[in-house]
Design a protein around this ligand. Structure first.
Ligand SMILES: [Zn+2]
Length: 295
């Protein structure tokens, strides 16, 4: 850095102490990222995992990766409950609608879905409904979603929605106050449009699971648009692993490491928010490394 740019950045920090956090000179958390607990906001414990990865093994993988707590949803919901009953301190349960023949493409049209969801919510303390998919406009079953929004509002819990931008807008159209976590920040949605949607809806939260390779460029630096998303919305993002197939469990430690690999580029405050502090606020739980080794 030249003497002049140094002087200019010092002057800017004096004039704009808060916006200075966006400055490249603001120290990234670096190696200290390893000591941060992680809240995994996108975990599934689906039936094919129950045999090869019994509950003790799942908690052990979390321990090895410094994952203090996870938001868990499963097909069927029994997987979530099994893991939550084994390790209630480590699991925030979330109700996934999928069970029996109800899956990602047809669940909004399955008879009895509303009663199924009501029954499970009455029985267990789920803190969200999801992760569910809204793949296309044909799944916009307004009557069912009104009822799901009512269930969520009554319990003050989140919807965890895997969809493109249009379904998010549609859901806010049904209820502008619905609490929503956008799964994978839209997955296939280009970063520019992620930024646009999150600007448009200041209450929209998102998990960044499966996005780690877009966030970090090939040269090992943060992608420019993603950097803007992370800096602008660091109070609304969480990381996630998405253990949707057993291959993700096989690689669990690497997946969490690949998330720390981009978090390390952020200033401490931002890295802490995205790693676990936002989840503390959203779910009213205390998340510390002391949870490692407990259940
Ligand atoms: Zn998922």
């Amino acid at each position: 850095m030249t003497r002049l740019t140094q002087l200019i950045s010092i002057a800017l920090i004096c004039i704009f102490p808060h916006s200075a956090i966006g400055d490249d000179d603001h120290n990234p958390v670096g190696d200290a990222v390893e000591a941060l607990p992680i809240f995994d906001a996108h975990m599934h414990y689906k039936e094919p995992a129950w045999g090869p990865y019994p509950v003790e093994d799942v908690i052990e993988l979390m321990d090895k990766s410094g994952v203090a707590m996870a938001l868990v949803s499963s097909t069927p919901d029994d997987g979530t409950i099994m893991l939550w009953e084994y390790a209630p301190k480590r699991v925030v349960p979330e109700l996934r609608p999928y069970h029996g023949s109800a899956g990602a493409y047809n669940w909004t049209r399955v008879a009895g879905m509303e009663d199924y969801l009501k029954g499970r919510l009455a029985k267990f303390p789920h803190r969200g409904i999801g992760e569910f998919h809204i793949h296309s406009i044909s799944m916009w079953n307004e009557r069912l979603f009104q009822s799901i929004i009512d269930m969520a509002r009554e319990r003050d819990i989140y919807l965890h929605v895997h969809s493109g931008t249009e379904a998010v807008r549609w859901l806010y159209g049904l209820d502008p106050d619905v609490k929503m976590i956008w799964a994978h920040a839209g997955l296939g949605v280009p970063a520019n449009n992620v930024h646009k949607l999150m600007s448009e809806f200041p209450q929209l939260l998102a998990d960044t699971s499966l996005r780690e390779h877009s966030i970090l460029s090939d040269d090992g630096s943060l992608d420019a648009i993603w950097k803007k998303i992370l800096f602008d919305f660091h109070e609304r993002l969480m990381v996630g692993s998405d253990t949707w197939v057993n291959g993700q469990w096989d690689n669990y430690e690497q997946i969490i490491a690949s998330n720390r690999a981009w978090l390390r580029h952020l200033p401490r405050e931002l890295a802490e928010n995205i790693a676990y502090k936002n989840a503390e606020r959203y779910f009213g739980r205390e998340i510390t490394m002391d949870l490692i080794g407990t259940r």
